[in-house]
Design a protein around this ligand. Structure first.
Ligand code: C2E
Ligand code: CA
Ligand code: CA
Length: 403
């Protein structure tokens, strides 16, 4: 590929670093260079531009969305270009970050440790390869606050459900709610395209309330049909800013007649807690009221252990980066998987492995004694109308000895 036609995006919160990298790249003959000062800005650029970058240079430590979270978001855009990690962090951290990103399927060319010289950068870019043809770059559009607000008013959000099952028995223990937006002209829109914007603009509470009410209604229907399944709802850190949140949630559950013990609130720990103490109080009160709390995407983000220490979680969800392909993955990934299982056991928490995509993953969980599983191998997220057929077909797979 001609240097002039390679699109490069640099993401760093440090303006000086942005200029330095730009100059180095220009001196090497690259001309299509974009810069972004935060992960959010970079994602907005990627989703808005016709042609996604071929190469991204990304700082790891950035305020707000850090480099790991940014890269994780890239996965949902099916980014198929290459990535270079730029950081002043110590090499062990960089190596772990690289492994983690690779586990997420991102093609990492390597690490550029600060301070660096142009020759270091040139050596990494030498390794650049064009994306494989069988991996189409799908560009997902991001939506604005106004568009999201309109969708809330028009009630365009709906719940999809993905089952969680016991590994040893195959028993279906619950359903996780995953929000979808039935857009009038764009079709089905995924949470990555609007949740972050909704959080940033203070309108996530409206979405959560709607999703939660829908989930409670579905739980009621399943209960009436003789299927006792717990219902899990994803809660954003931004929902936890208000001390009234626990009472609000409790009221909704009471009105729907669903006991809090059957409701799991999944909290993603990768977002920074803005007001640590309020969030801890809100979560502790929810737990006191009987709701189950789940720590989502465990193993990613920054504050994993601190959150386990501070918050009375009852369930741990091992991130799919440590699950899918774990049987044949490198020892670090397997070590994190095993450590997560041990930790959950010692802390008396239920454990769910996410991202179980194939029979190898399922067998690996069985052999390693993982309690619960979730992932495409069991089922893709589905609308409520498909749930009872899925339960039927799952039981058939068990009878057929497939599971
Ligand atoms: P999550 O809670 O970790 O949900 C799992 C995501 O992985 C879902 O993506 C699901 O469709 C996908 N997934 C499930 N099984 C597999 C698998 O085997 N392989 C792979 N590669 N992916 C799998 P989805 O639905 O796009 O949701 C993305 C994220 O958006 C969720 O991650 C969650 O953090 C957030 N989210 C979803 N619904 C809500 C909501 O109602 N409120 C809030 N605040 N966040 C939500
Ligand atoms: Ca979740
Ligand atoms: Ca997760």
């Amino acid at each position: 590929m001609e240097k002039q036609s390679v699109n490069i995006l640099i993401v760093d919160d440090d303006r000086f670093m942005l200029s330095l990298l730009r100059v180095m790249l220009e001196n090497m003959g690259y001309t299509n260079i974009m810069t972004a000062q935060s992960g959010v800005e970079a994602l907005e650029y990627i989703s808005g531009s016709g042609k996604p970058p071929d190469l991204i240079l990304c700082d790891l430590r950035m305020p707000g969305m850090d480099g790991l979270e940014f890269a994780r978001n890239l996965v949902t855009f099916r980014y198929s270009g290459n990535l270079i990690i730029v950081s002043g962090a110590e090499s062990r951290i960089l190596e772990s970050a690289e492994k983690l990103l690779q586990a997420h399927g991102i093609r990492v060319l390597g690490q550029l440790r600060k301070p660096f010289i142009a020759a270091d950068l040139a050596a990494l870019i030498e390794k650049w390869t064009p994306p494989p043809n069988d991996m189409p770059i799908i560009n997902r559009k991001m939506y604005s606050r106004e568009e999201i607000q309109k969708a809330i008013i028009n009630q365009e959000f709906l719940n999809y459900y993905q089952p969680k099952t016991e590994v040893a028995t195959g028993r279906v223990t619950g359903m996780e709610t995953l929000v979808r937006w039935q857009h009038p002209s764009d079709g089905l829109v995924f949470p990555e395209q609007f949740i972050a914007v909704a959080e940033k603009n203070g309108i996530i509470d409206d979405i959560t309330a709607m999703i939660f009410s829908n989930a409670l209604a579905a739980a009621g229907d399943w209960h009436d049909n003789g299927q006792s399944m717990k219902i899990a709802v994803n809660i954003s850190m931004s929902n936890l800013r208000s001390l009234y949140f626990p009472d609000f949630i409790e009221q909704l559950a009471n009105d729907a007649g669903v006991p809090p013990e059957n409701i799991i609130l999944e909290i993603t720990e990768s977002q920074l807690m803005e007001n640590h103490l309020v969030s801890i109080e809100v979560l502790t009160r929810l737990r006191l009221k009987g709701f189950a709390l789940s720590i989502d995407d465990f193993g990613t983000g920054n504050s994993t252990f601190a959150q386990l220490r501070d918050i009375p979680f009852s369930e741990l969800k091992v991130d799919r980066g440590f699950v899918h392909g774990a049987c044949c993955a490198n020892t670090t990934i397997r070590a994190i998987y095993h450590a997560s299982l041990d930790l959950a056991k010692k802390l008396n928490m239920a454990v769910v492995a996410e991202g179980v995509e194939d029979i190898d993953d399922w067998d690996f969980l069985k052999h390693t004694g993982c309690q619960m599983a979730q992932g495409y191998f069991l089922a893709h997220p589905m609308p409520e109308s498909s749930v009872s057929d899925w339960v039927e077909s799952w039981h058939q797979r068990i009878r057929d000895g497939e599971i």
